[in-house]
Design a protein around this ligand. Structure first.
Ligand code: IFM
Length: 730
């Protein structure tokens, strides 16, 4: 039987290097190690991507740091280098056991005298997120002179680097590289120790600090090398004023081989415990079960458990794409997974937003608005990394003015939604007391300051915005945005109306900052009178004012009009801008989130109208179509969209370019979207007034589904067989 927890690639395919870097990624929230091979360097996009630490070089985009690579390893046999780029491998397998989060590679090279087998295993410590563990085995089926070279490659891959200006190397028993950035005074320390067979010498080769273990291999005998590495940055308490405050010898065991086995066993046990509360078992569809849990593996791997205030970047920890920034993806697509399986992580994600409120206030102020306008691409402190020119024109090579940062105002409502969903789901009000209520009020104030009323108008409107469909910029009354603004007014009003339920200090803080009763009135009025587009006679809701008057043409026709394969579809002159072709679910996202406000006919009509007009150019799109199809009772229609989301990283090959800007990497929002599809969509789970409701619409081949959810501090097992379901408190 196929192991549903294994992802494997056989044979070496050069064209698959970038996708495999994502597919075989391992991570522990602190760092992500791309699934590249041991002998690879920056040309093959090797990256140890660090969470929450950024740098900007010159006019380049500010991006997260990649650490020097301490697991660089290559084999020399009888004086020749053996790596898949130089030598053809007669056997090559890369295997990720994602239940255990252990990555292995096995390569057999043919030499003139016989075969050499090289095996490598790596995993990231989940308890101590600074530590990397690896082990290697070398077997020759003939006697040979072998050099096992391993150490730190300081020539890191950057998109807008190089970030490090100074390296200080130490080559005692423990190798160390202290990489420093002048401008931002950040530092990254990488430590490495390897034990193994043979005579050990040190080699400094170009940008690599290597240990060379030289030995005479005896036919059929296995040589074992065990490595452990540690990474600290100036963001960590262990690295203060340029010095490590811990004794590094304590990090490395005397007998590394024995310690490795112990760490590995503990690591597997840690993951097993995570799966106990998060795996989704699907009987009848191995492909779906494997893809879904693989998506959850990725979410677990990027959860910032080492912090109590940090979020997840749109490309996780797979590199510097999208500037390592946090988007609405986190609150609207990723949050539910943590809410239902590990609420403490959900709180950490939201605390990041609360702690960056000042940045959002500053952004609103800079644009002449009140309240909190959250960063479209948020880095630390809420700094908006989104450029005014976020796309490069393929024809002229010039930067194109885009308005994501200025006009995607729906971002602030995503924060409101995230905080409120957390509170409603967990009944943990601490997040509101710790700044959540103020955040929500500030988001509502932001929308209030944007409202427009025409001289003779009866309603409030929101003009000059970008909705989730980024291809149509600067539109008026995007339905999704208006509804989310209304939601923000409603929630802020609800909280302010119950202000006496909060602690005295919270009440005092609110009273000091705001005129609470005036705000209540404003928010109530705004919620009641904001314009929400209604379905037309055919039942279709116009995405924004004038959308239905745009050229109605197929996605294929628009694709044919491209003059360059990497051409950007949106913006002022994009091929889609003047048509009804949209990038991603927009009205459909709104209808999915507020489905109970519409008739089944309207939901179905809009799905049918918008789907053929959606390019699905964003990995956030498919899951919304899947979810709405489930709400409508069409699991067969939902299924391919669900699978597309769940397979985003397993299959790879997604969009790699927006204009000339590289956007490759993993897709956490699609992973989270697939989870929402499974739980809310197919299983039909909803939470209301302390009760779990289950209204399943399983795809025909799914015999049963089993999973657990956390709800209001209790754990429940949910089991679905066809239309029947049971919910058991654990
Ligand atoms: O947040 C998304 C956006 O909706 C579409 N472009 C990519 C962003 C990051 O995933």
């Amino acid at each position: 039987m196929k192991n549903l927890w294994i992802v494997e690639e056989q044979g070496f395919h050069k064209e698959g290097i970038a996708d495999n870097g994502n597919r075989f990624l391992i991570g522990n929230g602190y760092m992500g190690i791309r699934g590249t091979l041991d002998e690879f360097t920056k040309e093959q996009l090797v990256a140890i991507n660090l969470a929450g630490i950024y740098d900007k070089v010159g006019d380049g985009w500010r991006e997260p740091l990649n650490a020097p690579n301490p697991i660089y390893t290559v084999l020399h046999v009888d004086g020749e280098k053996y790596g898949v780029l130089e030598k053809e491998a007669i056997e090559h397998t890369v295997t990720l056991n994602f239940r255990e989060a252990v990555l292995c590679r096995k390569t057999v090279f043919q030499t003139q005298k016989g075969n050499v087998t090289f095996q490598a295993t790596r995993f990231l410590n989940m308890e101590n997120p600074h530590l990397i563990h690896a082990q290697y085995e070398v077997i020759c089926d003939f006697d040979a002179d072998v050099e096992f070279r391993t150490g730190i490659d300081i020539d890191v891959w950057d998109i807008y680097g190089p970030h490090f200006e100074k390296y200080e190397c130490g080559q005692e028993q423990i190798f160390s590289v202290k990489a420093s950035i002048q401008e931002e005074r950040e530092q990254v320390w990488v430590l490495e120790k390897t034990q193994g067979a043979g005579n050990e010498t040190v080699l400094k080769e170009n940008d690599k600090l290597l240990r060379v273990f030289s030995y005479r291999a005896v036919k059929g005998e296995t040589a074992v090398f065990t490595k452990q590495c540690a990474i600290y940055t100036s963001k960590d308490k262990e690295l203060a004023a340029g010095n490590l405050t811990i004794n590094i010898d304590d990090l490395f065991a005397k007998d590394m081989e024995a310690a490795y086995e112990k760490e590995k066993a503990e690591h597997i046990a840690w993951w097993e415990e995570k799966w106990n509360t998060s795996q989704v078992v699907i009987d009848g569809d191995d492909e779906a079960m494997c893809a879904l849990n693989y998506s959850l593996y990725h979410l677990h791997s990027i959860a910032p458990r080492h912090s109590d205030s940090l979020s997840i970047a749109a490309r996780g920890l797979s590199g510097q794409t999208y500037k390592g920034a946090v988007f609405w993806d986190t609150e609207m697509f990723i949050l539910d997974f943590f809410l239902y399986t590990e609420p403490s992580v959900a709180k950490t994600l939201l605390k990041y937003r609360i702690d960056t409120l000042d940045g959002a206030r500053q952004k609103a102020k800079d644009y002449g608005y009140q309240g909190a306008f959250y960063a479209w691409e948020s880095q630390e402190g809420g700094f908006d990394a989104c450029s005014d020119y976020n796309v490069t024109d393929v024809f002229t090579g010039r930067p194109m003015r885009t308005y994501f940062k200025d006009k995607q105002i729906h971002i602030s409502a995503a924060i409101v939604s995230g905080i409120m969903r957390y509170v409603e789901h967990t009944k943990d009000y601490s997040v509101l007391e710790e700044g959540g209520i103020e955040t929500i009020v500030e988001c509502a104030r932001f929308y209030y300051s944007l409202l427009i009323k025409k001289v003779n108008g009866a309603v409030y409107e929101l003009h000059d915005v970008i909705g989730p469909d980024e291809y149509h910029e600067r539109v008026n009354n995007n339905g999704y945005t208006n509804r989310m603004a209304k939601y923000s007014f409603e929630k802020a009003y609800e909280l302010l109306s119950n202000v006496e339920k909060f602690s005295e200090s919270t009440q005092k803080k609110l009273a000091e900052k705001f005129d609470v009763s005036a705000l209540k009135e404003e928010f109530k009025d705004a919620a009641e009178n904001i314009y929400i587009p209604a379905p037309n006679e055919e039942g279709v809701i116009e995405q924004f004012d004038g959308y239905l008057g745009l050229e109605d043409v197929s996605v294929e026709e628009v694709r044919k009009r491209l003059l360059h394969e990497k051409e950007y579809w949106g913006g002022a002159y994009g091929v889609a801008s003047h048509t009804q072709i949209i990038k991603q679910a927009d009205v459909v996202t709104w209808l999915t989130l507020f489905a109970n406000e519409f008739s089944k006919e309207v939901l179905a009509k809009n799905w049918e109208y918008y789907e053929p007009r959606t390019e699905h150019g964003s990995s956030l799109s498919a899951c919304m179509y899947a979810w709405l199809a489930c709400i409508n009772g069409y699991p067969e229609k939902a299924y391919p969209f669900f699978l597309k989301s769940a397979m985003a990283d397993l299959k790879g090959g997604g969009k790699q370019w927006a204009g000339l800007v590289y956007i490759g990497g993993t897709h956490p929002a699609a992973s989270g979207g697939a989870y929402m599809n499974a739980i809310h969509g197919f299983a039909g789970v909803s939470f209301e007034d302390g009760k779990i409701k289950v209204n399943p619409v399983l795809p025909p081949n799914w015999k049963s589904m089993k999973f657990t959810v956390s709800y209001q501090s209790k754990q429940y097992a949910i089991e679905i067989n066809g239309k029947k379901s049971t919910v058991t408190e654990l």
